[in-house]
Design a protein. Sequence first.
Length: 184
Amino acid sequence: MSRLNVAPLEDLPAGAQRTLDTIGAQLGFVPNMFKTIAANPTVLDVVTTLQGTLSRVLDAKTRHSIALAVSQANGCDYCLAMHTYVATELGGMSAEDIELGRSGSALDPKRAAAARFAQRVVDSRGQVSDAELAEVRGAGYTDSQILAIVALSVQFLLTNFLNNVNQTDVDVPAVGTVDTTAAQ
C-alpha cells in the first residue's frame, strides 16, 4: 500500500490537473505515480518536464531498455511494471527484449551496450571505469549520446526513488522476477 497521500483531484492547482489530464490522454489512464507526485506541483513539473525533454534523446527502444535496466538495478517494482507496460503497449518491444533490458542487455547489440552502461552508471554511482566507457563508445555511441544515457539513467533513478519511498501501488500488470545474471 502506498505510503504517501494522494491529493484529491479537486484540491490540486489547475496546472497540476492539466498535467494529469495530458498524461491520461497519452496513456489512457493516470498512473498512480503521477497522482501521488501531483501533491507537489513543482515535483510533478520537474518529473514531467524531464521526461518530455529526454524523450527526444536516443530512440524509444533504447530509452525503454535503459528504463528497464535502471529500474531492475534499483528494485523498483512499480517502475518495472510501468516500463514493461509502456514498452510493450506503446513501444512494440517483445517479451524477450524486455527481459533482456531488465538484465542490462537487448536483442540489438548497440542497445544492449547502452542498457549495460546505464546499469553500470547506477551500480557504480557514476564511477564507471575507462573500460566501461570504451565499451559503450565501441558500440557506436558518441560522447553526446553517452551524456544522454547518463541523463536518462538519472531520470529513471528519480522516479525509482520516488516510487520506492512511496511503495506506489502498481496499477498495471505486475511483472515477475528475471535472472539478471544471465546477460552479464
